[in-house]
Design a protein around this ligand. Structure first.
Ligand SMILES: Cc1cc2nc3c(=O)[nH]c(=O)nc-3n(C[C@H](O)[C@H](O)[C@H](O)COP(=O)(O)OP(=O)(O)OC[C@H]3O[C@@H](n4cnc5c(N)ncnc54)[C@H](O)[C@@H]3O)c2cc1C
Ligand code: FES
Length: 233
């Protein structure tokens, strides 16, 4: 479906906030849209950072040529996206903790706005890169090697996490030790985005699952963390 770019603004160096007027199917926190980029065959997966009154909010970091092209879009331009896709985060259960790193925060902010009451831990490399944190109703922010997983305490009923893989692995480890159920949003390169091509397959629960269709959110206990080298942790 096609929407219209309503506004685009810079949040920090290389991170921008895009608002698009578009009718999305069942937008929910943790689901994503698959965005077409002019001049590129493959769409780019982007989490919903919010959706209200027919306006989708996407917060994107420029990584390569596709996201750089999206950052150049202007209000009034048409933009094509499929969605919402994927399974999304589970609804709250008791006391919920959100743990996000860097550009993993957008779907967690959508969650915090949809289900009030969750507390968040937001980790960034440096204060200059701290985007979105101030929008969470309840948040603690950490930088550098004060990693988010070190701040997880007992007393939560569920942890939801999104961010770099080493952070997700560390969060999953702490939650397993504290016996807190934990769900992580995984990131894989995608092609079709709708479960047909298997490009995004990864090992979950002893079998291969499609991140685009079966995920991107998985129970952390089911994820095969061994695929991540110790150097990444
Ligand atoms: C479910 C999901 C949600 C995401 N949500 C966000 C978000 O909210 N904000 C944000 O800034 N980024 C998000 N990403 C990452 C974003 O999709 C990539 O940074 C982007 O696709 C890079 O495209 P590029 O053309 O700039 O980079 P290039 O490296 O030039 O891309 C080349 C190809 O690789 C794919 N690719 C590259 N990096 C990734 C990646 N990390 N994940 C998936 N595909 C990748 C691209 O889609 C493209 O097909 C998400 C990824 C996934 C899987
Ligand atoms: S991207 Fe094609 S099956 Fe997931």
């Amino acid at each position: 479906m096609t929407g219209e770019v309503l506004s685009i603004s810079r949040l920090s160096d290389g991170v921008f906030d895009l608002r698009v007027g578009i009718a999305l199917n069942a937008p929910a926190p943790g689901r994503f849209v698959h965005v077409a980029v002019s001049g590129f065959a493959l769409r780019r997966p982007v989490s919903l950072c919010g959706y209200k009154d027919g306006i989708a909010r996407l917060v994107l970091a420029v990584k390569g040529r596709g996201t750089a092209a999206l950052a150049e879009m202007k209000p009034g331009e048409r933009i094509d996206m499929l969605g919402a896709l994927g399974n999304g985060f589970p609804p709250p259960l008791g006391k919920t903790l959100l743990v996000g790193g860097g550009i993993g925060l957008p779907p967690l902010l959508y969650y915090a706005g949809t289900y009030p009451g969750a507390h968040a831990i937001a980790g960034f490399r440096s204060p200059e890169q701290a985007v979105l944190a101030e929008e969470f109703p309840s948040v603690e922010v950490c930088f550098g090697d004060d990693y988010p997983h070190k701040r997880i305490k007992p007393g939560f009923d569920r942890v939801l996490a999104c961010g770099p893989r080493p952070m997700l692995k560390a969060v999953a480890g702490v939650c397993a030790r504290l016996a807190i159920p934990c769900f992580v949003s995984a990131e894989e390169r995608m092609a079709c985005g709708v479960g047909a091509c298997l490009v995004c397959a990864c090992a979950v629960g002893g079998r291969y699952r499609r991140v685009c269709k079966d995920g991107p959110v998985f129970d952390a206990l089911d994820v095969d963390w061994s695929e991540f080298s110790p150097a990444e942790t």
